[in-house]
Design a protein. Sequence first.
Length: 346
Amino acid sequence: MIDYIIKQNIGDVCKRFGHDFSSEEFLISGGAGFIGSWLADVLLNLGAKVTCLDNLSTGQTTNIDHLLSDSGFRFAQGDVISYSANEKYDYILHLASRASPEEYQQHPIETLLANSLGSQKMLELTRKLDSRILYTSTSEVYGDAQVVPTPEEYWGNVNPVGPRSCYDEGKRFGEALFMAYHREYDLDVRVARIFNTYGPRIRATDSYARAVPKFIRQALADKPITVYGDGMQTRSFCYVVDTVLGILMILMATNAEGEIVNIGGTQEITVRDLASKIKMLTQSRSEIIFNPAPADDPKRRSPDISKAKRLVGWAPKFVLNDGLKTTIDWFRKNPKLVGKSPSEYL
């Protein structure tokens, strides 16, 4: 699958930007995580050198074990809020943060610090090195949006002190800090607001699994598929290949400096219908059951991606059914979720 990404998508993007990655050095905070490890894979295949920084609070070594023998890859186990480096990095991708609602509510201070002090640490390193940095923010900054599909200009409807605020407000502060560094120091920053990404390597081995991996695991085991609330809340899911492409396109585009861009799928679906779709695709005998809704759970979530199309020419290519089939196949082939290269899954 990596070959497909490079030849059919990223290769075209790099050619359009006239960019050669072979002499570039990248730092990825959260690089052993779901999206971070995919970025490392792709960048290494493009010829770049990659340092993966991760404290393994949510990242997994199984996601990067296959990269350890690559001469262009280095794993630095450590926390983003205390990281220091003497190396020269041309690009920094700041992904480090807990992202599962159940999990960040269990670790609110750590989540806030990763997106505040961690962001400052990465920004100061970028300023010292005179490099370029991208921050992966989230659709959660919109809260329970009153405008759907939601454009980047929407300011949000967030509970600043609720149980989800450690993530929502942490990311909002991170965005504000990035823009402050851009305005005060003329730093080359970019922000990608990511909507519900899924695909191979998504973490699903514990109680913190998000909707797609949780539903797939439950369905494959013929166990009850547990939906929060009445299941009529909506989400728009984006396959990891599309998300990775969007991040790299925003990072490399000459006209994206200082910009905040939505990256997400446009197929809005209720969580109830998602559960039914996964049950059907897995041919499961599972019953769908409903648990109490969590506090401050957004009722609708779908991005307006007009800016991504206009600014960098990005739009998702994978439809939900195809992405789910691929993800389900990965789960079937990896019942213990042992991390390998995506090319071995797809």
